[in-house]
Design a protein around this ligand. Sequence first.
Ligand SMILES: CC(=O)N[C@H]1[C@@H](OP(=O)(O)OP(=O)(O)OC[C@H]2O[C@@H](n3ccc(=O)[nH]c3=O)[C@H](O)[C@@H]2O)O[C@H](CO)[C@H](O)[C@@H]1O
Ligand SMILES: [Mn+2]
Length: 948
Amino acid sequence: MSTAMVTDRVHENLWWEEGLEWTEDMKVYYVSARKFEAVGKTQEAQELYASLIRKIARVESKSKDWRVHHFNLLAHQAHILPANESMQFYSQAMEDCILADELKSSSRWPGWGLSSCFAVVTSLALKLDAQDPGGQRLPSSQASSAFKLARRLSRRSELVWSLTWPKLTGRVSTPATSVRRAGKRVTLVSVASGRYNEFVLPLIKSAKEFFVSACCSLRIVIFTDQLDEHVERCQRETSACIGVVFVRREELGWPLSAMMRYRNFLDSWSLLEDADFLFSIDVDCEFVAPVGEEVLEDLVGTCHVDNAFYSGEEKLSAVTRMEGERRWEEGSMWSQAELIQARKRSKGQEHKNLRPSAAVYERRQASTAHIPPTRGQRYFYSGFFGGSRASFLKMIQYIVRAIEDDLARGVIARVHDESHVNKFFELFPPSCLLTAAYMYPEAAVLLDELLCAPLSFCPRDHMHPWIWRPWLPDAWPDPRTWTPDMWNSRPMMVPRILNLAKPKNSLITGGRGGDSVYRYRLWSSDMHIGPIGDVKRILRALGMEVTDKSLSSHCHVSRTCATDLKVLTPEALEEVIHLDGTRARRSRGEEVRERFFKAYRSDEEMAKVDMIICSHPLSMCELYLPLGKPMLLYSTTRFDLGKLTSREELERWIKTVRAIASKKTNLLLANNLYDAAYINYFTGITPDVIPSLCRTSHKLLLPPSRLQILLDVCDSQRCPPFRQQGVASLLRSLRAAGASAGYRGELVDLRELYPRYHPSDLVRHPAIVWLPYQVSVMSFFERRAMGIPVLVPSLRLLAAWHMQHGLVFERRADWQTAQRRRGSLLPPHPDASEAIKDWDPNDERNASAVLTWLSRADFYSMPHVLQFESLEHLFVLLETTNFSAVSASILRHHASLELDVHHKWKKAMRLTLGSRLPGSSSSRSSRSSRSSYREALAEEYPELTGLY
Ligand SMILES: CC(=O)N[C@H]1[C@@H](OP(=O)(O)OP(=O)(O)OC[C@H]2O[C@@H](n3ccc(=O)[nH]c3=O)[C@H](O)[C@@H]2O)O[C@H](CO)[C@H](O)[C@@H]1O
Ligand SMILES: [Mn+2]
């Protein structure tokens, strides 16, 4: 190593070198290492760092104080030592940390040296703990003393950081709460200070659901100024915090709070370094769809949705004090809340905030983030980036140095840290470009204009691990030449990460009041958790939120039980929705509707609701009619469920559905073809079909680990008595056919194996043989989403079995009470489609009608469902099918379905809500003064006057 090479810059302006009593050779090692780093020679740099660390670790004569001062460096670099040596170093560092506790005020940037020291201790603890990866035993004695120390430090020191890990709290974790999957280790880091702490929990929850959950183990590290609050909450709600680490950081004020976060990451590098991949994310974000293996690449950048959001006139300012000031100036940069306002104002004409303009690169040479006018092709978000451990480290080291160089000269780059991120990507282009789907402005999801700009910057969308599709077909011409039709039919992005809408001023300064979030709110009081759970997730990705007050008996599973719903007790509900087909005291129905209306006509929470969703049963919406809110009827089972006690009742409900569907502000949809046709038969209306996605179960994309094929058939508990005999005889023939075919595999009853199953149980098996009792069920969509191959009887076989054994008994909403009635209560509607008019959907004795209607079942309309013509054929299929190929096809289909489903929802929502602002549905002031359900109904739906 030549000394000449380094002497010129030994004393370069790096604040954290000052005051260190380094020998000359240490300085040479250090500065040379940094030089190598700067030119991308990571290997050489690491060797030098390793030598330096060994030197520092050997210094015995110096005070402990001296050593503690070097933890920043040591903590960042110790991982490059061979495993044994680094472990040794960590042990040594741990002892020193006890001293560090007493030296807390000595650093120029209080807290940072010390916090990395503590980070070292916990790193050691985690590493030792990793020797027991299942996390089921208590920590080893060394790990436990490390944990103890960390805990003690976090209590005593005012510069605490803490680790919410079950073992830290002395709890023995159970396998269920500490599943660390095999595969890559991914760490997501974020910072939160001030009111941004509100975003922490939603970010954590959504990341756990959607971020790399299918492939990898995830650790989340949050740097916060409200550590105690988070830790306290975690002690109450342990499960939310498993795998989450909180680290104390100072509140530095805007914009330093954002700019200095990379300094935090670097200072606690020893806590992050054992990840294979790391990602930095803005805390005001939410994962709304799976983000998986496609982002696990060396260096990952996210394209900005549209440089147009910047007015291009941001005022530049310089800081003179390191503490910084709050420099946010209203109107100087885009705010998402503004988008909605802009949209309201613009009405056809272009608004300046929505106009594409040049990227906001830092063009001043005074800043290290400077990008020459001729350079810069893409503009990146700083809100989401990452990559392999080495690349991420290189990137944050680069940015920290650049920002601190700037700060030392009183310069702040144009868009703060984002300018530096852009500079880095200009020098080192990412190996993976993500479209703006990975950082989608929440308030813009329903807007069209914003989707155009990324085209010129982001040529492709990764979409899914299993489907990589070009962002736009090559054949499409330049977007500038598109016709309106092309705009409407073009492929669009499915938002994966939402950049949450927030009026920035009020969040940062705690100033201006008002709603902190601009979001469409939908309301549901459904009796089934499946459909609404699915819709909720999809709409969330469209920037909408569903208030879910579930009346289902399974609501504890989704934790959505209605607790404060007025009037709708189970008894009251029975008066208006007759699920079991009986109708005890008719007059009470009117009384319940009146009470419901009075309770909600001026309810504060209801006033903010933009739309009511009714799904299972659809007839729930009857209660909400006079509130005059937009309504979404999403039929996932027969639309007449609960309305089948008499002809009159059904007639009235049909008229109601027609009245609802005729209003522009309402939507009538079905999640399957059968229900769409069924609605058409009785009402003459043809609802659009948007299938369910059940996207949540993407986390369950595991290859099967068991050999048994599952048999899904209604068991003795689920089958109604009048079907049990038939099913039992069917099962006997099935067993016999298996035996005579010499089937060597195992076909086991699903519910015998798993009396109460979780989706993760099912993915362990190669396939499911399903003898359906219903034509459309949510579990079918769930299984599609998990890529589980399903085998069903062919249409002809199923129809035959249905005629013989009544197999698909649940297709009739009144199957429990009307089994002896032949056919429907009412004839088809005069407007019903000719194709189905002649076939009564509820006629169980007409084989042709049964065949016609069963053909619309989900398992016959979705591709890649295996069908067997006979029991013999079933066993041939079981022996010969390549299930993993089928599974891949299902997943591929489901991925493209996702795009389709998104576009359909988006279009539907834009049609109904697109012309109004969130929270503006109750426009008529007279509404709250209306006295009764009947009166209000007559006003909202004149055609229903007198019917209720
Ligand atoms: C999506 C995206 O690319 N966002 C970038 C953008 O604006 P944003 O408007 O998204 O910035 P922002 O206000 O969300 O701040 C960025 C981040 O800093 C943290 N924070 C900020 C303020 C505060 O009081 N407390 C706090 O903890 C928090 O993690 C937040 O997410 O420009 C910022 C710099 O101006 C950052 O580069 C952001 O990464
Ligand atoms: Mn942000």
